[in-house]
Design a protein. Structure first.
Length: 83
């Protein structure tokens, strides 16, 4: 995901958050890609629901230290908006 795409996603509110969280949770995606997705979620600052919070909680226990840290930042910095 490039910076321009990340910027556009942040302009859409929390609509793309669920897909971003699922992409970050998908272990077949490479770590840099997963980190970029989590960075966009953190920048949006809102989760689309409790499912996002649960998936981020699981990511907070990921074997990769960077993923754990990024998921923790998302959990600490994002509000849960139940739509």
């Amino acid at each position: 995901m490039n910076k321009n795409a990340a910027f556009l996603l942040t302009q859409m509110g929390n609509a793309p958050v669920r897909r971003l969280v699922l992409g970050a949770a998908h272990r077949k995606n490479r770590v840099p890609h997963r980190l970029r997705m989590l960075a966009v979620v953190e920048r949006i600052g809102q989760l689309s629901g409790v499912d996002d919070w649960m998936d981020l909680s699981i990511l907070a226990a990921d074997p990769n230290e960077q993923i754990r840290a990024a998921a923790g930042r998302c959990l600490m910095g994002c509000q849960v908006i139940d739509s």
